[in-house]
Ligand binder design. Structure first.
Ligand code: F6P
Length: 543
């Protein structure tokens, strides 16, 4: 990243030409469609419903080429300290480099990564065989509870839920995240402490939510062992880059798996942070997920920009955000088991790219990350799609579908897919006033026209379709890596550091000041603002 605060080009001529070009016209150009539909391993990426013609596409692509993005990409893959505010390398790609055709991560890193995968393999295999005691754990595990938050939760949660058809029989997975006691309490009520294995996942091992919930589970398991700490410790694994703190907390050294400073939390599901995934689907499937990601890594490093999936996704985002000024993007998977994808992407994209300062302290003058949100289709169609079709704001959408489902209910899947295709088409094509008027059969002319106005869809609303052949560990790995590299490239183009997250610190600091004050006399809490004092008072009065 250089320190020049060059703004993005405005692409004005292209933007004004396209302002009067409806997506209906753009879609009539089949050669353009072919350029915007690309295969990336098991994923078909269809950007043909983005408001770009080939001239605009080339202009943005050529601009991206001029930024030397390949050098920035290679710096990341080879372990340069591109996370400058923390002086760290960014090497999540090293975690899957064992499956890469051209691994370039430093050899010592690769060695350490593989050694950790082998430790995971040993532990997971022993638990699956009902021989946990051979690795220092309880012999029979029925339930695995992942306690972690943010990157220590969202990735494992996404993959475990997405890969439900690959679940190993006899092991149930649970995710405890929030500090809201209802979650821990309800979970403990469902589980048998004697057969529960807890994975405490925290890169820093200082996160309030995780340590508090870990303590709640430790007390619960201790009670089941009449206070025998040694017996209770066999129920715990920890994953952290702060191995010392994990051991101090009470997890024996042999049960602490490492994580490294060169992997950001939101990029960490490929490491031992993904232990819950491995327990849930087995180590072979976990390695398949790494292999899917490695295929996209190789693709990102070798495909020319015109065919490069992450580059094309970044072009669409840049166009929507910086040229068309769209403020949000909706992610709508037409796959129930991808229910966690929108929240996963919220962290990946918004924590990475939610910045307005360059690494050298200068203010970013271009808009950065849009709000990322969404939920499962078709359910979403019956909730907020009205606003997406006819609301005043235009929200670019991302549809995710799968060709082959993991069930034999052919009619269900056909209905699901046809809805996905129909929504993308309806948003792009719309319905003209004349078409709506022709449908309005009764009433006066004035009434028919008023109704037709309300039933007109202007269309011209952009979307992308990502179609996976099927949802497997391999294709899931590929999908996530595709997004990761899009994020990397946008960070490069916006000239921000996509790998730190200083913005989450202030709230944490204030919460730690408020916590001991919740029972204090609010009038004496002069360190807080008047609104905080009033709320503490109100809470106290209703206890
Ligand atoms: O507060 C944000 C954050 O630091 C995320 O970046 C991270 O994924 C999450 O908290 C959890 O952190 P840890 O793994 O250190 O508990």
């Amino acid at each position: 990243m250089d320190s020049k605060h060059t703004r993005l080009p405005s692409f004005e001529a292209h933007a004004s030409r396209l302002a009067s070009t409806h997506l209906r016209q753009l879609l009539a150009d089949e050669a353009r469609g072919d350029r915007l539909r690309r295969r990336v391993g098991p994923i078909l990426l269809d950007l043909s419903r983005q408001k770009l013609d080939t001239a605009a596409l080339d202009a943005v692509g050529e601009y991206i080429e001029s930024t030397h993005w390949q050098a920035a990409r290679d710096a990341m893959f080879s372990g340069e300290h591109i996370n400058t505010s923390e002086d760290r390398a960014v090497l999540h790609t090293a975690l899957r480099s064992g499956a890469s055709r051209h691994p370039v991560a430093p050899a010592d890193v690769r060695k350490e990564v593989e050694a950790t995968l082998q430790r995971m393999e040993k532990i997971v295999g022993a638990v699956h065989r009902g021989e946990g005691e051979t690795v220092g754990l309880i012999p029979q595990v029925t339930d695995v509870v992942n306690i972690g938050i943010g990157g220590s939760d969202l990735g494992p949660r996404l993959a475990v839920h997405a890969l439900e058809q690959f679940h190993v029989k006899g092991i149930r997975s649970h995710f405890l995240t929030n500090v809201d006691g209802h979650a821990a309490y309800n979970l403990m009520n469902q589980l048998d402490p004697r057969h529960t294995l807890v994975i405490l996942v925290s890169k820093t091992f200082t996160t309030q939510e995780t340590l508090l919930n870990g303590g709640v589970f430790r007390d619960w398991i201790l009670r089941a062992h009449d206070g025998d700490e040694r017996a209770a410790s066999k129920h715990f694994l920890a994953v952290s880059s702060n191995v010392e703190a994990a051991e101090k907390w009470g997890v024996p050294a042999a049960q602490v798996l490492p994580m490294w400073d060169f992997v950001g939390g939101r990029y960490s599901l490929w490491s031992a942070v993904g232990a819950a995934i491995a327990f849930s689907v087995g180590m072979d499937n976990f390695r398949q997920m790494l292999a899917g990601a490695a295929e996209v890594d190789d693709h990102f490093r070798s495909a020319p920009w015109q065919e490069n999936g992450p580059v094309l996704l970044a072009i669409a985002e840049l166009w929507n955000r910086n040229v068309l000024k769209r403020t949000s993007r909706a992610v709508v998977p037409y796959v129930d088991s991808l229910v966690d994808l929108p929240s996963y992407l919220q962290q990946l994209e918004m924590e990475s790219l939610g910045k307005h300062v360059h690494p050298d302290g200068g203010i970013v003058e271009d808009s950065t990350v849009p709000v990322v949100w969404g939920s499962i289709g078709t359910n979403a169609q019956h909730a907020y799609f009205q606003a997406l079709h006819q609301g005043t704001d235009i929200v670019p959408l991302e549809f995710i579908g799968i060709v082959k489902p993991a069930h034999p209910l052919v009619k269900n899947h056909a209905a699901l897919l046809s809805n996905l295709l129909a929504q993308a088409a309806a948003l792009a094509l719309g319905k003209t006033f004349d078409e709506a008027l022709a449908e309005a059969k009764s009433g006066t002319d004035e009434q028919r026209r008023a109704l037709a106005e309300q039933r007109t869809f202007e269309g011209d609303r952009p979307s992308t379709v990502l179609m996976l052949d099927s949802l497997t560990p391999y294709s899931l790995g590929a999908l996530i890596a595709l997004y990761e590299h899009k994020v990397f490239l946008l960070g490069h183009l916006w000239r921000i550091n996509a790998f730190d997250q200083w913005g989450v610190e202030l709230g944490k600091a204030i919460a730690s000041q408020i916590l001991p004050s919740l029972d204090a006399n609010p009038d004496a809490l002069t360190q807080f603002d008047s609104a905080t004092r009033a709320l503490i008072k109100a809470i106290q009065s209703r206890k």
